[in-house]
Design a protein around this ligand. Structure first.
Ligand code: ADP
Ligand code: ZN
Ligand code: MG
Length: 328
């Protein structure tokens, strides 16, 4: 609690699935290839090219959902999320909107303030990445690299469950641990295989309604998650204490100055004109397919931690240290 204010945070995490090829075409996902070499008509969105879902990506997405205790829906829909951006040649991203792959999961983590806390996972859906605009490659010019276009991602959305920037960071480290354990992603923030958009609001202590949130982007390390959220939280408190109101907007974090600045007013989902992708049939997964992914999950850290606490009479903290990686 910061001076009579309560902080409320919800995280949207994009995680690159560990696959050799892209979500809807056969192009390589290898990191560090020369710009614009891992591309084809499908991921460039050339007329007439048709997407085909990557089975391995779907397996990993289902495994992630099960590992996070979600309900995996036997039928989900791919949707087009439409927007214009130079690094998005199709003019839309294939994602899921209504009817996502999975909903209603949870992840327990060791809160620095509250002991074992549980974050709800509101939804987990599959989508493809966009390309990259590079602003530092040529002076005064922006270069476009489309190698990331179509790279398979899952987006994992929590409820507004965190009560401090430190908690948000701890959850994220726990999520990374689970996804690494299960071989779903390498979760390397520096390579862009884990990216987080952090939603934050504040309210007076004791208030139950949520305050107006902003979304903080451009956070590229685990330590910056905490820093960026702290800066933005403090900014909101200052605005409110000065008698102002918080504008619902997207803020960009600058790690060099440890500051935030508004990027744009936040789009509402209707701005994206989501609609089911006519090139992709509904994603129908058999019971056997889903059950098989469950059997391929290793014992996850929380379970193992509990087992260590029981079997060896360890404290939760000691058991957490011992189970921090898969060899523990
Ligand atoms: P939007 O309509 O802006 O996409 P959502 O309701 O879909 O917002 O939530 C997006 C993320 O923001 C979720 O992680 C959610 O938990 C979080 N969130 C929603 N409202 C708040 C709030 N008032 N304060 C902090 N986080 C919030
Ligand atoms: Zn391709
Ligand atoms: Mg939303």
């Amino acid at each position: 609690m910061a001076g009579g204010w309560e902080t409320v945070i919800g995280l949207e995490t994009h995680v690159q699935l560990r696959t050799a090829s892209k979500m809807f075409c056969g192009c390589s996902t290898a990191f560090g290839a020369p710009p614009n070499t891992n591309v084809c008509p499908v991921c460039l969105g050339l007329p007439g090219a048709l997407p085909m879902p990557n089975e391995q990506a779907l397996k990993l997405a289902v495994r992630a959902a099960l590992g996070l205790g979600c309900t995996v829906h036997p039928r989900s829909l791919f949707a087009r999320k439409n927007y214009f951006y130079p690094d998005l040649p199709k003019g839309y991203q294939i994602s899921q909107f209504e009817q996502p792959l999975a909903t209603a999961g949870s992840l327990s983590y060791l809160s620095p303030d509250r002991g074992i806390a549980t974050a709800t996972i509101q939804r987990l859906h599959v989508e493809e990445d966009a390309g990259k605009s590079l602003h530092d490659r040529f002076p005064k010019q922006t270069a476009i690299d489309l190698n990331r276009c179509g790279v398979p991602l899952i987006e994992i959305v929590t409820g507004p469950d965190f009560r401090s920037p430190h908690e948000a960071r701890t959850y994220l480290l726990t999520l990374k641990q689970v996804l690494e354990y299960a071989g779903i992603s390498d979760c390397d923030m520096e390579k862009g295989s884990l990216r987080v958009d952090a939603n934050v609001s504040v309210r007076r202590a004791g208030e139950t309604a949520l305050g107006t949130k902003t979304e903080v982007k451009n956070i590229n390390s685990f330590a910056y998650v905490e820093k960026a959220l702290t800066v933005e939280r403090d900014r909101q408190i200052a605005v409110l204490e000065g008698g102002g109101t918080v504008a619902p907007q997207t803020m960009l974090y600058d790690s060099k100055t440890n500051g935030v600045r508004p990027q744009r007013s936040k789009e509402a989902s209707h701005d994206y004109r989501y609609f089911p992708d006519p090139d992709l049939p509904p994603l129908v997964l058999s019971e056997e397919f889903i059950a098989e992914q469950q059997t391929l999950l290793p014992e996850l850290p929380a379970k193992k931690r509990e087992r260590f606490v029981e079997k060896y009479a360890l404290s939760v903290t000691d058991a957490a240290v011992l189970t921090a990686d898969r060899t523990g």
